[in-house]
Design a protein around this ligand. Structure first.
Ligand code: MTE
Ligand code: MO
Length: 475
């Protein structure tokens, strides 16, 4: 059995993320993970715990509690924490809480998880074309990094290894400021509908609210890459991807063509809805890739790498991929492409009954017959790649007959249709038969599938089958 050493906490903390011999703590036991590092399936992220306890991180990456990680660690055991560093209950003193610096949150969003924070825009939030920052959905994989904007540096690395550094001031001074409106949608939006209508799919069970629309201001990534030395019009052979590295542990990449597209509007954004980015949305700087799955819009971005390879992060190589409905467990990860542009999507976000009594309603003033009761059905429609929504088909009899919803005017900005379309349908109560259904079409003629099962995938990504809502009369 291994020789047992007694180790002080200050000794442990000297073996932190930058030490050539990183150690970690699990309960009261210390492990030297130097030789384990290249074997860790999750890569370098384990170093975040180096010099301290791994336990709060296993609370986040809960797979470690069931996959035998603790037994595996035993091979690297070197000793126990000195009793002087234990509290009265025998627990190690001052174990770090990774979430202790997270910001306070507005009420109004629908919280799925607190640590890390994941919340949908609630029904109120989803009603407006421009989502208020406080109710814009949040998808954090980790804690929210604490960054001083005046200290923040963005490093841009070229394929030959050359680097250039920009402060926020540099970015604002040097490059033309751009403002666009764009919808962000998580690849898991509406996953719950897939779980309910087909089979349970792994991941956060989002309803219709893992999508929101805001105004974004920043500078073009294209301009910054050009300044850092990339020939953006005559791309060199070894420039195939733009990788983004977040200040916590997250990262992903997009094809370089998307990054330098003149009409692609890919931004390094520092403002949301006319204010500095809120901390949950990437303060002080995030990537904004309109028309592309939101997983590529890396928050708290600290590095951009132009490379021949995609990001090696699990969010590029694993999680955000789609497979056939027969595939489970151990798919050919590398054969499936990372999700980039998104398919056409729509959903019902509100059902309201209006009657003679609801006099103030604009709809009634527009000349609907006062004798009847009406149902207002409303929602969003959006497509990836900047493809315009051309039609929203709605039904009040579970898809037997269809009508055209009204596409509402809005103030979208940018080179393409990056923002969702709000739509509305007003139908007499007496004509409502069974389920309300919505499906949309985009300018490429893409539409949404009817059923869920043929599109079920075990990660529950890209759910876009017809959204059905039970006919219920509101009180
Ligand atoms: N960037 C970092 N650094 N960390 C993250 O956890 N989550 C990604 C993306 N960028 C994430 C990130 C995912 S999966 C989504 S859906 C969007 O951010 C969510 O952006 P939002 O929280 O501003 O709505
Ligand atoms: Mo996401």
């Amino acid at each position: 059995s291994p020789r047992r050493r007694i180790i002080r906490l200050h000794e442990l903390s000297a073996h932190g993320p930058y030490s050539p011999t990183p150690w970690i703590l699990h309960h009261n036991r210390v492990y030297d993970i130097t030789s384990f590092l290249p074997l860790h399936p999750g890569g370098d992220i384990i170093l975040r715990a180096a010099g301290g306890s791994i336990d709060p991180y296993w609370d986040i990456f809960s797979i470690h509690k069931t996959n035998g990680a603790a037994e595996l660690l035993e091979e690297y055991y070197i000793g126990d924490v000195d009793e002087r560093d234990l509290d009265a209950e025998g627990k190690v003193k001052g174990v770090d809480d990774p979430f202790k610096g997270d910001p306070g949150r507005d009420e109004g969003s629908v919280v799925l998880n607190w640590r890390p924070f994941n919340a949908e825009s609630g029904e109120e939030g989803l009603r407006a074309w421009r989502t208020g920052s406080g109710v814009f959905y949040v998808r954090n994989h980790f804690w929210v990094p604490e960054i001083r904007s005046e200290k923040h540096k963005l490093v841009v690395e070229m394929p030959n290894g050359g680097e250039k550094e920009y402060s926020l001031e540099d970015l604002k001074k040097k490059f033309k400021e751009i403002t666009i409106t764009a919808t962000l949608q998580c690849s898991g939006n509406r996953r719950r509908h897939m779980s309910e209508n087909a089979r349970p799919a792994a991941g956060l069970q989002w309803g219709v609210g893992a999508i929101s629309n805001a105004v974004w201001t920043g500078v073009r990534l294209r301009d910054v890459l050009a300044d850092a030395g990339l020939d953006v019009d005559e791309l060199p052979e070894d420039a195939k991807h733009a990788q983004f590295v977040g200040a916590e542990a997250y990262g992903s990449s997009i094809p370089i063509e998307t990054a330098v597209d003149k009409r692609g509007d890919v931004l390094l954004a520092y403002e949301m809805n006319g204010e500095p980015l809120p901390r949950d949305h990437g303060f002080p700087l995030r990537v904004l890739v309109p028309g592309t799955v939101a997983a590529r819009s890396v928050k708290w971005v600290r590095k951009v790498v132009v490379s021949e390879e995609e990001s090696t992060s699990q969010w590029q190589r694993r999680d955000y991929k789609c497979f056939g409905p027969n595939v489970k467990g151990n798919p050919g990860w590398d054969e499936a492409p990372a999700i980039q542009e998104m398919p056409v999507q729509s959903a019902i976000t509100g059902l309201r009954d209006v009657s003679r009594e609801s006099e103030g309603d604009r709809i009634l003033r527009q000349g609907l017959k006062m004798e009847e009761n009406w149902v207002i059905v409303e929602g969003y429609a959006w497509s990836g790649g900047g493809r315009k929504i051309t039609r929203v088909d709605v039904s009040a009899d579970d898809g037997k007959s269809w009508h055209q919803a009204e596409l509402l005017p809005d103030e979208s900005l940018g080179s393409k249709a990056w923002s969702w379309k709000r739509w509305r349908w007003v139908i007499p109560r007496t004509q409502v038969r069974s389920c309300f259904v919505v499906k949309a079409a985009d300018e490429a003629g893409n539409s949404q599938p009817k059923d869920y099962e043929p599109y079920w995938n075990f990660r529950g990504n890209l759910t876009n089958s017809w959204h059905r809502v039970e006919n219920r009369q509101s009180e």
